[in-house]
Design a binder for this molecule. Structure first.
Ligand code: ATP
Ligand code: MG
Length: 411
């Protein structure tokens, strides 16, 4: 357990100088009635995100902010500083947080707050502004007085210029009920909603650029995601599986506990081809993938499938073909990229660090058995006829049952 420092204690008042992380909530603050439940989920996700670091943390809900403290950090020291740095870095990946600020918690004493704020500005050259706020109006100094005093001391001490409109650094001072928090603007969080708030989904993930971005977008809307990859094995090598594994690991930073399922799809693809799929081969394959996804989703109790489809991007993504894909399963298919351009998707893939993996060479299973001309207006009756020849629903169940599972570990 953490020692609970009481700032009112004359022995510790004035000496408390504890590094911690202050988190500003994103959209969650708008959620009114269910807010407590969301906050609980977010706290749990915060703990999960740092669990493997082996650092004991305490998560505190304050009015509109969350404070993450490290055991023993109130005693200061380099170890505490670097533990808090590590935790802050991890929390920039947690969904549902608008901002992640490395903060200092000091005793509720004007001079302690001023000293901490001035010390914090030391490492931030350039123009600055001070924003002070009192949640406890009994604090003996007003917000304006605090800001002015801190501002003039920073100017005197380091010669930095005040710029209230577009400062390089903003020093925040927040007087809370039991202590004062001092911090700078920190880093942007991921925004969105806590993972898990919207239930669970299964992402159909190729080794391509789009599907990892689709997964990221859905995680940011609170969907806990598992992953399903189809390799062309035994007709191709295992390269696409390595990519799917690497992508899952990157995406795991945003949720932890990800599970990747891999299905060797080559033989089923050949079966479709020998059943006379012809121009419908690609759409028929995609339907079989979705059916397999639905079978696996049932086992995982996932309530939706997610794909990286973008309208018109490739032949299988015309409106008619997308309609034919929807017909394959009763589960909802979420397509968060449906209205995005490739360049927009690529920019996001770069930002979430999946692009470099997606661009590695592999032989995608969809490049096997590609017909010379791909049907852009697939008819549902024709697809159902092909599927009846090979008992597609049973085949999908078998494929799902034979899926290999991998759990990417954080390194
Ligand atoms: P991506 O969209 O990931 O870049 P892609 O551009 O090759 O792949 P398509 O082949 O048209 O796109 O596939 C569209 C969607 O179908 C993918 O976003 C993905 O959700 C799903 N999908 C395609 N191939 C696979 C696969 N081998 N394994 C799992 N899902 C796949
Ligand atoms: Mg695509």
């Amino acid at each position: 357990m953490l020692p609970d420092v009481q700032p009112a204690d004359p022995d510790t008042a004035g000496q408390l100088r504890e590094p911690c992380v202050l988190l500003k909530l994103g959209e969650i603050v708008l959620k009114g009635r269910n807010r407590q439940q969301f906050e609980r989920l977010l706290h749990e996700n915060i703990r999960r995100a740092v669990r493997d670091l082996g650092i004991e943390v305490r998560v505190w809900q304050r009015e509109g902010v969350i404070v993450v403290r490290v055991a023993g950090a109130d005693r200061g020291g380099l170890l505490a500083e670097s533990a808090v740095d590590l935790i802050a870095e991890r929390l920039t990946y947690v969904m549902g947080l608008a901002r992640v600020c490395r903060a200092i918690r000091v005793a509720k004493d004007p001079e302690a707050a001023i000293c901490a704020a001035v010390a914090l500005a030391a490492g931030c050259p350039g123009s600055f502004a001070v924003r002070a706020r009192r949640r406890d109006k009994r604090f003996p100094v007003t917000s304006a007085e605090l800001a002015i005093e801190i501002g003039s001391r920073i100017q005197q001490e380091y010669g930095y210029q005040v710029d209230l409109r577009a400062p390089d650094t903003t020093v925040f001072v927040e007087v809370d009920q039991r202590e004062v928090f001092v911090f700078t603007q920190g880093w942007p969080g991921q925004g969105g909603l806590p993972v898990g708030m919207s239930g669970r989904g299964l992402v159909l993930m190729s080794g391509g650029i789009d599907s990892p971005v689709a997964a990221y977008r859905m995680m940011r809307r609170g969907l806990r995601c598992h992953f399903l990859h189809f390799s062309g094995m035994p007709l191709t090598g295992p390269e696409s599986v390595y990519k799917a594994y690497g992508l899952t690991r990157q995406l795991d930073r945003y949720q932890t506990g990800s599970r990747l399922f891999v299905v060797a799809f080559g033989s089923a693809q050949r079966l479709l081809a020998t059943s006379g799929a012809g121009r419908l081969q690609i759409v028929a394959q995609r339907r079989l993938m979705l059916k397999t996804g639905a079978a696996l989703a049932r086992r995982l109790r996932a309530a939706a499938l997610v794909t990286g489809d973008s309208l018109g991007q490739v032949a299988s993504q015309t409106l008619t073909n997308i309609t034919a894909l929807d017909d394959a399963v009763s589960l909802p298919i979420l397509r968060p990229l449906i209205g995005l351009d490739k360049s927009e998707i690529m920019a996001e893939a770069r930002r979430i660090a999946t692009l470099a993996i997606s661009e590695l060479p592999d032989q995608d299973c969809c490049s096997l058995l590609t017909p010379r001309q791909v049907e852009t207006k697939a008819r549902i009756e024709d697809l159902r006829k092909i599927e009846a020849r090979l008992d597609a629903d049973d085949l999908a169940e078998e494929l799902a049952a034979a899926a290999q599972e991998y759990s990417p570990e954080r390194t």
